[in-house]
Design a protein around this ligand. Sequence first.
Ligand SMILES: *[C@@H]1O[C@H](CO)[C@@H](O)[C@H](O)[C@H]1NC(C)=O
Ligand SMILES: *[C@@H]1O[C@H](CO)[C@@H](O)[C@H](O)[C@H]1NC(C)=O
Length: 285
Amino acid sequence: MAFNCLDIRCLCIFLIYTAFGYALSSDTEIKVNPPRNFQIVDPGYLGYLYLQWQPPLSLDDFKECTIEYELKYRNIDSEKWKTIITKNLHYKDGFDLNKGIEAKIHTLLSGQCANGSEVQSSWSEATYWISPQGNLETKIQDMDCIYYNWQYLLCSWKPGRGVHFDANYNLFYWYEGLDHALQCVNYIKANGQNIGCRFLYLESSDYTNFYICVNGSSESKPIRASYFIFQLQNLVKPLPPDYLSLTMTNSCEINLKWSLPRGPIPAKCFIYQIEFTEDDTTWVV
Ligand SMILES: *[C@@H]1O[C@H](CO)[C@@H](O)[C@H](O)[C@H]1NC(C)=O
Ligand SMILES: *[C@@H]1O[C@H](CO)[C@@H](O)[C@H](O)[C@H]1NC(C)=O
């Protein structure tokens, strides 16, 4: 008998629960709007872009709640989205401007404010693309940047294949801390054309993105710009040791000594490679 009674009670609870659950999902479904005015802003920093938005409409219902945003972005042909969750109304990151950029964002309402389960708005989307000028053939080729001895940055390139002799290239650069993009002041030239840049002393430019744009102009046709992002500490090429001395202590022992390369690189960062030959034909490392 007691067993039957329990059964009925369970059934009742079950019925009440389903009726209540149904009412929640159909009549009082909680919705939140997507962020407004989502846009990708280019401040002219050669790849460092601002993603910004405004809070969604009708937030009054959720005054006590924390609103968060889930932001996803990528260069258009890359497979992976980067995902950021933030309470802010902007986000900044570096992008490869040789390609387009797409981004999307939605509002998140935490479970506490939405009867247990997190609520997401629909997506707001934005794209950004520097409309390309000139054809691909006019882009510079073989860009090569070396940060000699962690002190002097030098970049060089070859002119595009499809350009006329009147074409010339200009290099602009920016990194966090500069007010605006700067142009190279010390070009390396060949036949009057700029084919490289020697940079002046670059203050606090390591361990941060270093953005470069090489564009150009020509009377005959537009030149396609190229964009690069480097981290200077990854381009360092040390100097050779300052001096090398070789002494023979006896007929079968040679001593080599060398000194640290001059400059700012700490001694502990260096390893050395010695190559020698005894018969002028085979070198041993
Ligand atoms: C959440 O559920 C409670 C009952 O548990 C209800 O009173 C309230 O209206 C619901 N909130 C919203 C926003 O629907
Ligand atoms: C090259 O890029 C710089 C920096 O973005 C810009 O100020 C300049 O107008 C561009 N020049 C050409 C010819 O597009």
